[in-house]
Ligand binder design. Structure first.
Ligand SMILES: N[C@@H](CCC(=O)N[C@@H](CS)C(=O)NCC(=O)O)C(=O)O
Length: 227
């Protein structure tokens, strides 16, 4: 399969899921680096206004939201099959519940250093205040909650090297997203919250070696021409 264009940015945890999926499938793809905040003049004309990241483009076909993007990659490149067992349920948990505790932990720590234009952009996106003080206050409760959810990964690895069994799959990529996001932002805190979870720490190293397939940078302008 060729002709895959991923609109993303390197710091995006949802994009990391897709990049790892492309790696597991051994696919070649074109990368368009999108802006982290609005405006996104080379993205929104393709999506009809959807501004989140990642977006997958295949010719003039546009796929928004990782649940759709991952399913489309799985459909177009079925071997090896990655959506095994409860993989989609794990993906949904990782996107919502696990991500929901990861974000306040990160921004509770880093919120004061977060650029004002980023804060203003995310307030406009969510329609809510980007309340660093509230996130700082919540972090104390969120940390044990994060650890409790990471403990499910630890248990899931009791019988095999991967959550998906003998080989890696979507469940591994999805669960890893939050660990990647926390460790990328606050590596020491990630180690602290994973203390004693030796299977998870070893697994995390294995997931990191999957790679992103064959990536080539192109411009947003070129992607618009393709569409
Ligand atoms: N449900 C979406 C969530 C995607 C999402 O929220 N992505 C973040 C970046 S990781 C985002 O788009 N933030 C706002 C932006 O970049 O404009 C998905 O699964 O793709």
């Amino acid at each position: 399969m060729s002709g895959l264009i991923l609109h993303h940015y390197d710091t995006s945890p949802f994009s990391e899921k897709v990049r790892l999926m492309l790696g597991l499938k051994g696919l070649a793809w074109d990368s368009v680096q999108a802006p982290v905040i609005m405006p996104k003049p080379e993205l929104t004309p393709l999506t009809g206004g959807y501004r989140r990241i990642p977006v997958l483009q295949i010719g003039a076909d546009i796929y928004c939201d990782t649940q759709v993007i991952l399913a489309e990659i799985e459909r177009r490149a079925p071997g090896p099959s990655l959506a095994l067992g409860p993989a989609w349920a794990v993906n949904f948990w990782a996107d919502r519940l696990f991500f929901g505790v990861t974000v306040p932990i990160i921004f509770g720590e880093l919120g004061d250093a977060t650029p004002q234009d980023f804060i203003a952009d995310r307030e406009k996106l969510s329609g809510r205040p980007f309340n660093v003080e509230a996130m700082k206050a919540a972090a104390g409760i969120m940390r044990p909650q994060w650890r409790a959810q990471a403990a499910w990964i630890e248990e899931g690895l009791a019988g095999a090297d991967w959550l998906s069994g003998e080989t890696p799959g979507l469940a591994d990529i999805a669960a890893y997203m939050n660990i990647w996001f926390l460790a990328r932002s606050l590596p020491d805190l990630a180690d602290e919250l994973l203390a004693g979870f030796s299977r998870t720490q070893a697994w995390r190293g294995r997931v990191a070696t999957i790679g992103h397939g064959e990536r080539r940078e192109i411009t947003g302008g070129k992607a618009l021409v393709v569409a």
